[in-house]
Design a protein around this ligand. Structure first.
Ligand code: SAH
Ligand code: SF4
Ligand code: F3S
Length: 476
């Protein structure tokens, strides 16, 4: 008989019930009662791939009978789903896990778990073994689905368990999921990365590119749609490479078409890589109104010499040509990006090329970072000859420019009407709704009751650098 697990409805706003089939889940009979009457606290760092993994961790915990808590003190199991992309991110995690020693000393029965990208680094596991005895369970990104069994081992054997796999292995489907948002569902389309940008640790922590089967992706989207989700966010480190490992040519375009045909109201995808962009993808975006015309297209640097040292596989001119071509084909398209300043050997002139590229592209928003050396990556062996002060100044100069264009672009929306997916009320003011427009603008707005999870028309009244204010147009 097909067994079904129905997640408990914890969130007041979440009136819709999720059904998750877990018959194919390994040994589920032995783990389903492990968490009865117990609570978990989950902290997720890093990118959306990690957020989606966090949703699987919650799903597995709730399958085991655990319920969620926001308090570290109240929790029986504390999970830290970590990110390794920059040293600062890692130090924060070590700081927080360090602080837990106090809780663990008082309540030794509490279980502390570290998972995600950090344990995929040998140095991190060594540091945990040496200095953090309070951590009971460590596992990595390749064996996420093993979490229930590993936790069972810790509980039953009262032993410390470390299981980190160096090989990525197969794609595992049907892991239970507790979605973190009510309107938008994250859907992995592929795992891993084969690009090996010289500064980046992700190919080492997430392994080779592995695409999910198209039918599994569509099944997940259909289920989200049936559960009244309005938006799907397709996830992959470089989504344009979708299908390559399955021997499919132009797989991402075909996937986008099939996703669009499900009729889900909104589709977005993160992250695109400029190197593999195909005209067919842009044309598909143009053809289907439910594929949102906002693109996150990380450029990293505006200087060809630095891009080469980064192993990005495109020049400044290639990026600008792609940007201009997309704008010409879809004039309303909006762009966001990622930028790194202070890459080893970057001169003032080379940095200025990044500034001038920003002047050309006038991004709506950008994530900007100071280069952080990651052990084991090629860039970590390059001569890092830029003073830390200089790096900080470059970041500030870049951020000022980015904020200028962000505000300027937003001002153009004042007086216009945008279609906004209402995702809930603002954290600071329950009278104000919040959501994202088709252009991916964060909009705070007032409006009538009962519009959560609806797409509403909002007239924009005010612009800030990173958000817009407005009010719902009634009696349409
Ligand atoms: N797959 C995505 C990004 C993944 S990491 C892509 O290729 O665009 C997210 C961002 O972190 C990157 O775009 C990059 O800007 C930044 N990043 C990665 N490694 C970094 C490092 N060592 N130092 C500083 N920023 C880094
Ligand atoms: Fe990292 Fe480059 Fe892969 Fe993005 S494409 S995850 S920056 S190696
Ligand atoms: Fe961080 Fe891992 Fe994502 S290193 S950015 S959580 S893939």
């Amino acid at each position: 008989m097909k067994k079904k697990y129905i997640l408990p409805n914890q969130n007041e706003e979440r009136k819709r019930q999720k059904e998750i089939s877990y018959e194919s889940f390994p040994n589920y009979e032995t783990i389903t009662n492990l968490g009865e009457g117990k609570k978990y606290y989950l902290r997720t760092y890093g990118c959306q791939a990690n957020v989606r993994d966090g949703e699987s961790l919650s799903g597995m915990l709730e399958m085991m009978g655990f319920s969620n808590t926001d308090s570290e003190w109240d929790a029986d199991v504390l999970i830290f789903n970590t990110c390794a992309v920059r040293q600062t991110a890692e130090e924060r995690v070590f700081g927080e896990i360090g602080n837990l020693k106090r809780i663990k000393d008082k309540f030794p029965e509490k279980i502390i778990v570290m998972c995600g990208c950090m344990p995929q680094e040998e140095v991190v596991v060594q540091r945990i073994l040496k200095n953090y005895p309070q951590v009971d369970l460590v596992f990595g990104t390749h064996n996420l689905y093993r979490f229930p069994e590993l936790l069972k081992e810790v509980i039953e054997k009262k032993a410390r368990v470390i299981e980190v796999l160096s090989e990525e292995g197969r794609v595992v489907e049907d892991i239970p999921v507790r979605r973190s948002l009510i309107s938008k569902g994250f859907v992995n389309i592929m795992y891993g990365c084969d690009k090996f940008c010289t500064y980046c640790i992700v190919p080492y922590t997430r392994g080779k590119e592995r695409s999910r089967k198209i039918e599994d992706i569509i099944k997940e989207i259909e289920l989200l749609k049936a559960n009244n989700y309005k938006e799907v966010i397709l996830l992959g480190q470089n989504v344009n490479a979708y299908g390559k490992d399955l021997g499919v040519e132009d797989g991402f375009t075909d996937l986008l078409r099939q996703c669009a045909k499900t009729g889900i109201e909104r589709i977005r995808f993160y992250t695109s890589h400029p190197r593999d962009y195909k005209v067919s993808t842009i044309e598909i975006m143009k053809e289907y109104p439910n594929i949102m015309k906002s693109l996150h297209l990380p450029v990293q640097s505006g200087n060809t010499n630095i891009l080469k040292k980064m192993n990005r596989g495109y020049t400044r001119e290639d990026y600008l040509a792609l940007y201009d071509d997309m704008k010409a084909r879809i004039p309303e398209i909006t762009f966001t990006t990622d930028l790194i300043v202070g890459f080893p050997t970057e001169t003032r002139e080379e940095f200025e090329d990044t500034l001038s590229l920003v002047d050309h592209c006038q991004f709506d928003m950008a994530y900007s970072f100071v280069y952080s050396p990651r052990s084991g990556t090629p860039a970590a062996n390059m001569e890092d000859n830029i003073k830390s002060e200089e790096k900080k100044e470059r970041l500030q100069e870049l951020n000022d420019k980015l904020a200028y264009y962000a505000l300027n672009n937003n001002k153009a929306y004042v007086g216009k009407v945008l279609k906004v997916l209402c995702e809930g009320t603002s954290k600071t003011n329950k009278e104000v709704y919040t959501g994202y427009s088709e252009e991916n603008k964060l909009v705070n707005f007032t409006g009538p009751n009962n519009i959560i999870n609806e797409i509403v028309e909002v007239e924009i009244t005010e612009a800030h650098s990173f958000s817009l204010n407005g009010k719902v147009i009634e009696n349409k």
